[in-house]
Design a protein around this ligand. Structure first.
Ligand SMILES: [Zn+2]
Length: 445
């Protein structure tokens, strides 16, 4: 695409008023949107073949079997699935979706140990190398999506069971690798990529704080942010960003830029998916902490600036065409749009959606390619961790939600359309042949 989509402002006189979605990973209003035309057909196919096509027994089996010894990431798949299954259960409600969510959450809750742990690592390998903390991050997200669904009158009634399970799981992480934790190491020292992967647990920890208002979770978030920003060998997400060090050059600080293999996996800082996931959590943290302090301190302003500067550097230097990165980048843009209200982030989201995202999705919607190179071969989804799924295929469905969520904003006085598409959305009926034609007809439905 070679033109910029200018948001169209429509006076909404006479139109029913809508409250703005809460500024958290909200599924509000997804049920008020219906995408039509070729995009709508692709989305419908993806929901049918991919989201509904995922067997909840299969992706929760690792939690029941607990056989991990290789440091793999089998426990990310259920949480990622919930990240899209819950919102799509509002977009396209069905008994099948309901039953799949119920089956999955039932097994996850059943698998929780008295210690609070939910995962598949043996005790001696927990909260250390590999992807255990990362898996717990996605499990926390899955539990909190289920809790949110309950709160907005979803279709089941478990009261606070998923929230209590999330609290117990987070308490476990705090006890093991929080301040003076039982394992004798800090959270950022676990997992891969200089602590990026584990540190990205910040995002659901902030979600948990917002849903419980329990100070211990905000204190834990403070501790995670400290680990992300202060240790010389840690993620250093603040100082390197404020110094203007490009994302691709950050490995040179404190690590060997020419190192390879296991060393790179452990210590490199040039890892787009995990790095952006950390900044996503930082933006949530800045909001939550500012609300708590009733003011945005200089320290919080710097953190927000570091996230924005990093995003601008990504636009300027390189956008990696890997589906985990694509989806995470779209989520990051969605958050940046919320935080800054700058339409340039809607443009970035749109560019990535039409080019990288749709190109990575198989025509029948059943899976996503990992890498989508500009020439050469595009591969089918892969098999990760000895399973019939992979990181990118699991992340894929969440990306479409970024497009749906930002399609139209309506604060009751003004509606802002960030993209053109044929859709019924929040009281409007939009017709467009975009990107074949650069205009849209919008009428009050
Ligand atoms: Zn991936």
């Amino acid at each position: 695409m070679n033109f910029r989509t200018i948001p169209v402002f429509v006076l909404a006189a006479g139109v029913a008023t809508f409250a703005l979605a809460a500024s958290r990973d909200s599924i509000d209003n997804i049920g008020e949107t219906r995408l039509k035309g070729p995009l709508g057909e692709r989305l419908d196919r993806m929901i049918e073949r991919h989201v509904l096509g995922t067997d909840p027994n299969y992706i929760t089996a690792p939690f029941m079997e607990k056989t991990e010894t290789k440091g793999w990431w089998q426990t990310e798949f259920w949480g990622k699935w919930m990240h899209s299954a819950i919102p799509y259960s509002h977009y396209a409600p069905s008994d099948r979706m309901y039953n799949a969510i119920e089956t999955g959450i039932g097994r996850i809750l059943e698998s929780q140990e008295p210690s609070g742990y939910i995962g598949n690592y043996p005790d001696e390998l927990r909260c250390g190398e590999g992807w255990d903390v990362w898996g717990m991050k996605y499990t926390l997200m899955g539990l909190l999506h289920d809790y949110d669904n309950e709160q907005r009158g979803g279709f089941v009634s478990r009261m606070n069971v998923p929230l209590d399970a999330a609290k117990k799981l987070c308490d476990y992480v705090i006890a093991e690798i929080g301040p003076n934790g039982r394992r004798g190491r800090e959270l950022w020292q676990t997992g891969n990529w200089s602590g990026y992967a584990s540190s990205s647990i910040l995002e659901p920890v902030v979600w948990l704080y917002r849903r419980t208002n329990e100070k211990k979770y905000l204190d834990f978030a403070d501790y995670i942010v400290k680990g992300m920003t202060e240790p010389e060998k840690g993620p250093r997400l603040l100082d390197l960003a404020l110094k203007g060090v490009s994302v691709a050059d950050r490995n040179g600080y404190g690590n060997k830029p020419d190192a390879h293999g296991g060393y790179v996996m452990k210590h490199n800082r040039s890892k787009a998916y995990e790095m952006m996931s950390c900044y996503q959590g930082i933006l949530d943290y800045v909001e939550a902490k500012s609300a708590e302090l009733k003011v945005e301190s200089g320290e919080l302003r710097d953190l927000r600036k570091a996230a924005i500067m990093t995003a601008e550097d990504i636009v300027k230097e390189e956008i990696n065409l890997e589906t985990c990165v694509t989806t995470t980048w779209m989520r990051f843009c969605e958050k940046l749009l919320e935080v800054t209200d700058d339409p340039k982030w809607a443009d970035e989201l749109e560019k990535t959606f039409y080019n990288a995202y749709l190109a990575a999705m198989k025509m029948d919607g059943s899976e996503f390619a990992g890498y989508t190179p500009l020439s050469g071969n595009r591969w089918h989804g892969q098999h990760h961790c000895y399973m019939h799924t992979d990181c990118c295929t699991a992340n894929g469905p969440r990306g479409f939600l970024c497009f749906l969520k930002e399609l139209c904003r309506n604060d009751g006085k003004t509606a802002t359309f960030n993209f053109y598409a044929s859709a019924l959305v929040k009281g409007f009926d939009m017709y467009s042949l975009y990107p074949r034609a650069n205009y849209a007809r919008i009428v009050c439905a």
